[in-house]
Design a protein. Structure first.
Ligand SMILES: C[S@@+](CC[C@H](N)C(=O)[O-])C[C@H]1O[C@@H](n2cnc3c(N)ncnc32)[C@H](O)[C@@H]1O
Length: 231
């Protein structure tokens, strides 16, 4: 066999190698707290517009896994832009997973094999089962956050890993006691909390996700990103 033929024998393998090295060599890009070099897990996405905002800025989403609790069918029926957002994300190399529960995700067949630099859940909320300020509703939301933190802790890289929760400020959201929750779980500490500004993520459209208008965005007002690290 001539040299040219030998070279062409495994073209796909060679392509993969090239892709990997070009990714390593490509310029690092940052969007706020997130780098194109971070391995990022997004949890509880709405229409995947937050994931797409990062991916568009990075120029690639090969470093990202974006997840939603909803099935693919349900997600597509709830959000007008879901299909196009997911298509763009997948074209950029993002792994999109459906039916991922934040409270059990550390046992997910794929996620359980992975470790991440950033695990991000923007505006956790179980849905409007009771009045927003009622004890029952607050308890359910607190349980969601606790379950998320417990599971995220297990999927975090030991070196430099961070869990981010963006959350509305004021009543009744301050009753969720995010920081106390992390304390109680153990092994996590609040590293810093910084204001969350939607404009920092062009294209991101925060979604209600529940009720009769799941595709509508909700008023954010003052919000904060809480950043937890392993203690
Ligand atoms: C207020 S919406 C925010 C959606 C999205 N993160 C955003 O910023 O637009 C709350 C999200 O939490 C998700 N959610 C509720 N319970 C969940 C759970 N157990 N695991 C994962 N996601 C959950 C809902 O499906 C919904 O997408």
């Amino acid at each position: 066999m001539g040299k040219k033929e030998e070279e062409d024998e495994y073209p796909e393998e060679r392509e993969t190698d090239d892709d990997e090295s070009s990714e390593e060599e490509s310029e690092e890009r940052w969007r706020k707290h997130y780098s194109s070099r971070h391995r990022i897990l997004l949890v509880g996405e709405g229409d995947f517009s937050f994931a797409l905002s990062l991916a568009t800025h990075f120029g690639s989403a090969r470093n990202m896994v974006a997840t939603s609790l909803d099935s693919q069918e349900k997600m597509y029926s709830k959000y007008n832009n879901a299909i196009t957002n997911v298509r763009e994300l997948e074209e950029k190399g993002c792994l999109v997973l459906y039916g991922v529960d934040a409270k059990t995700m550390s046992q997910h067949f794929f996620l359980s094999t992975q470790r991440f630099d950033r695990i991000v859940y923007n505006f956790p909320h179980v849905g409007f089962l009771f009045r927003e300020e009622s004890h029952c509703q607050i308890q359910l939301n607190k349980r969601l956050v606790k379950g998320f933190l417990r599971n995220a802790k297990l999927l975090l890289k030991k070196q430099g890993g961070e869990i981010h929760i963006s959350h509305k400020e004021g009543h009744p959201y301050d009753k969720w006691d995010l920081v106390k929750k992390a304390d109680k779980i153990g092994g996590l500490k609040l590293n810093q909390s910084v204001p969350f500004c939607k404009d920092d993520y062009p294209g991101y459209d925060n979604k209600r996700a529940h009720g009769t208008l799941p595709d509508a965005s909700f008023h954010l007002g003052d919000c904060t990103t809480y950043m937890f690290t392993l203690a």
